[in-house]
Design a protein around this ligand. Structure first.
Ligand code: GLP
Length: 241
């Protein structure tokens, strides 16, 4: 694991944007695996700036997001489709037809999940997978469990994740209780993984991910087995390493 510790989130985010821009320069139709949450927002802002400055061209880039809430369609302002449009896609020259977010409103989630994995495979797999990390060590919405789940699947969100995400909703009751998420197989097959974590609240999850046992109770710990992981941390998130 390549662990890079920065003075602050801004510097770490700029480094992340640079890694993505280099990947796109080397392969214009790069397949990005993208994440939501507050963590990647500053990196997306930097990519928007670079795109407007002509430093990175998304014209041929394809993207597959990690996850979506069950029951929220793309018009809901807390859906991850809305988040991606609002925080990145609406501000860069990406072709929206090339951007994908799992569907949380279909009639057959298992079929949608299978189709999502097949689309990623047909695209040649993910070149660069962006990840944040949940307080409990989840990546995407792969929650702590008895096993690592391989494919895209529907997951029951844990109380801790519902609590962590309720800040974005009018009340806790409005937070969806389920999500559809890329599985560990999809994440581990990415050629390169870029994980960002900021703040003291992430320090224990980062410690367990990097130094703990490889344990499905800390889903991110499986990244110890990935050959090309770069972690971009601020000093607080790295404080227990
Ligand atoms: C959600 C997302 C994750 C994200 C996590 C952390 O659960 N599904 O992809 O990493 O939240 O969010 P934040 O970056 O806001 O701390």
């Amino acid at each position: 694991m390549n662990i890079r510790i920065f003075d602050d989130m801004q510097q770490a985010s700029a480094a992340g944007a640079e890694i993505i821009a280099q990947a796109i320069a080397a392969k214009p139709d790069t397949v990005l695996g993208l994440a939501t949450g507050s963590t990647p927002v500053a990196m997306y802002k930097e990519l928007i700036r670079m795109n407007k400055a002509g430093e990175v061209d998304f014209a041929k880039v394809r993207s597959y997001n990690l996850d979506e809430y069950i029951g929220l369609d793309g018009t809901h302002d807390q859906s991850y489709r809305y988040f991606m449009d609002d925080n990145l896609f609406n501000h860069i020259n990406i072709d929206k037809a090339n951007t994908h977010v799992p569907c949380g409103t279909g009639a057959d989630h298992a079929a949608d999940a299978k189709h999502y994995d097949e689309m990623i495979e047909a695209a040649g797999g993910i070149d660069v997978q962006v990840l944040g990390i949940g307080n409990n060590g989840h990546i995407g919405f792969n929650e702590p469990d008895a096993v690592f789940h391989k494919g895209t699947h529907v997951v029951d969100l844990t109380d801790s994740t519902i609590d962590a995400n309720k800040r974005f909703f009018a009340s806790r009751d409005e937070v969806p209780k389920q999500a559809i998420t890329l599985g560990m197989g999809g994440i581990m097959r990415a050629k390169k993984v870029l994980l960002l974590a900021f703040g003291k609240g992430k320090a224990e999850a980062v410690r367990a991910m990097v130094n703990g046992e490889i344990d499905p109770k800390v889903p991110a710990s499986i990244l110890q087995l990935h050959a090309d992981v770069t972690m971009l941390l601020d000093a607080d998130a790295a404080s227990l390493l």
